[in-house]
Design a protein. Structure first.
Length: 336
């Protein structure tokens, strides 16, 4: 089976019992060259042709996907002076969100609070939801704060819907609420209750919220649903980022969140609603403080920078790109 990232030849052409040549099978990235077995197709397999295909695939991969190795990625950004990754202000364009009604879950602290601040500063009409508000959130004086919203509790969703009905549909839903169990989980220290809590908050929670708002007719036409997930949900990256395993609940919850978002993107595409999974980057928050010792090595940024990177990608969301998994650090895709 071909790598997800690279265009590759699966097997050479062969002869059937009747001496007819069968074409090789080529597997490619979604937006690259795609050839399937077709008996009417004849494809020669010279060395130069195979080399050309491999080169094309490698180029497509490097242009489409970000790197799994976080320290190496950060080092390469510095070496190549990657402005998108190192200085978001120079490319920042949130203009499509001006005057749009944007709902952010988990708005009372961390990346959620930073997103609310940034969205208000660029002229969005911001609605924040959380279980309970905070002084920092109250002081922002945003359009609406809806408290009592626990994304793990289905019985909270009718109250969320009723509160939104008083002000009208939203153009963008940012499912940000999350949870990260701090102790490192190994096979000897598994906490199944915490694992289920992470999966409920990070994967099922965004679906509860999105479904409640959509089914109430409160997602505006051509609306957008942004899922704040994590590169930790990439299965293919575990060999690089977690070669010894560990942190089961966190990674399972993010992989489940990505699957949920992908399925939702497929169902809502025909309705004109865009769904994108966004890794907000490595941000210096209470949730990532357990990794404080590697913040500078791996390019962690202040949460205000992470919020701008994320808002930049939300502003770029388009229906033709629905269902993608994007790294907000550099704007490239992350493989599943």
């Amino acid at each position: 089976v071909a790598s997800q990232n690279l265009l590759s030849v699966q097997r050479p052409a062969s002869r059937t019992s009747r001496g007819q040549e069968q074409p090789l099978l080529v597997v490619a990235p979604q937006n690259g060259l795609s050839l399937t077995r077709n008996r009417s197709l004849s494809l020669r397999t010279s060395r130069s042709h195979r080399a050309s295909i491999t080169k094309m695939g490698a180029k497509a991969s490097s242009e489409r996907y970000t790197s799994a190795d976080q320290p190496a990625r950060f080092a390469e950004h510095k070496r190549s002076n990657n402005v998108r990754a190192l200085d978001i202000d120079k490319v920042y364009d949130p203009s499509s969100l001006k005057d749009k009604r944007v709902l952010v879950t988990g708005a009372n602290r961390g990346i959620g609070l930073a997103l609310v601040k940034e969205l208000k500063s660029i002229g969005a009409v911001v609605i924040g939801t959380c279980r309970s508000s905070s002084k920092d959130l109250d002081d922002l004086d945003i359009a609406q704060i809806i408290t009592g919203v626990d994304v793990t509790d289905t019985s909270c969703m009718p109250a969320l819907v009723e509160a939104l009905k008083t002000t009208g549909p939203v153009d963008v839903v940012v499912n940000n609420a999350g949870y990260f169990y701090e102790p490192v989980e190994t096979i000897e220290t598994l906490n199944f209750e915490e694992e289920m809590k992470m999966i409920d908050i990070c994967a099922v929670g965004p679906l509860r919220v999105s479904a409640a708002i959509y089914n109430a007719g409160l997602v505006a036409p051509e609306g957008r649903i942004a899922m704040i997930t994590s590169q930790g949900g990439s299965i293919s990256w575990r060999d690089v980022q977690n070669p010894t395993g560990e942190d089961y609940g966190h990674h399972m919850s993010k992989a489940a969140a990505n699957m949920m978002g992908k399925l939702l993107s497929q169902e809502l595409k025909s309705k004109g609603i865009t769904v994108t999974m966004l890794h907000p980057g490595f941000n210096k928050t209470d949730m990532t403080k357990k990794y404080e010792h590697i913040w500078e090595i791996e390019g962690a940024v202040d949460v205000s920078v992470g919020a701008k990177r994320t808002v930049h990608e939300i502003a770029k969301m388009r229906l033709e790109d629905t269902g993608k998994f994007i790294n907000c650090e550099d704007g490239l895709e992350i493989p599943w």
